[in-house]
Ligand binder design. Sequence first.
Ligand code: ATP
Ligand code: MG
Length: 293
Amino acid sequence: MNKLGTVKHLHSGKVRDLYETDDGLLLMVASDRMSAYDYVLEPGIPDKGEILTRLSLWWFDQLKDVVPNHVVSADVPAEFAGRGILCRRLDMVPVECVARGYLTGGGLAEYRSDGAVSGVKLPPGLEDGSRLPEPIFTPSTKAPIGEHDEPMTFDQVVEKSGAEVAEQLRRITLDVYTRGAEIALERGIILADTKIELGWDADGVLTLGDEVLTPDSSRFWPRDLWEPGRTQPSFDKQFVRDWLTSESGWDRNSGEAPPPLSDKIVERTRQRYIEAFERLTGSAFRSVSLPSH
Ligand code: ATP
Ligand code: MG
């Protein structure tokens, strides 16, 4: 097992904890915390951090010919085993890079009010779950803690980052989506949309960071049950979002924290995450990590 020396805690986001090692690497540790609508839900989902970490590692490898990534090693001290990745520290681009191949969620809401998503005009008559004529780049802002990400147009990305970088972000995001969607489809899963984060490495090369193509950052739908015109069954946190905004009785606009998840919701969510992992990677999920805290 790798000995890292002392690790210094840098930041805890809603889901992940970041540390710095003595030699300047980043240790990114995924917890079992689950966020939805910008709240951290209680309780966590057992094994979620490990599922996301292992699925990301699998995808980084699948995508290594499409884009370089920040992974250095998954060989980490026992207390982080399974859920920690050592990575190169990147200078993150302040844009959430989203690609959509299908219309739903926030994109559908924008389409219904403007006929466009992040400024990309779409044909009339699309419904919840419709396949788009081609995948589109629909970036959003990276909001500070407590604020919501807002859609950005491509021109706004150009203003923020320059035309050349904006083009690169769009190309890499669409390439990752297209390759990911192809691989997922072979395994019976529709990749409806996904969000990636890119940053510059020490040599100024745009590099894939954060997590990639996980059920936290993507929408996964079982291919055989896809039927536009309704909410799609999914292997991601849509299940929890739907429960929160319907059966739980919680009012999203009340400003109050959501109610605790029941044991049944926790277990069903866990099963969905495991199913996404197993269908995609083709291997059985067996936990190696210690419970997170
Ligand atoms: P939240 O999810 O609570 O809105 P967050 O996205 O900042 O906040 P996490 O996703 O829990 O929190 O933590 C991951 C953080 O690490 C993100 O801010 C992400 O941009 C950053 N990050 C990911 N990979 C790298 C990297 N290689 N170098 C530097 N920062 C990174
Ligand atoms: Mg994040």
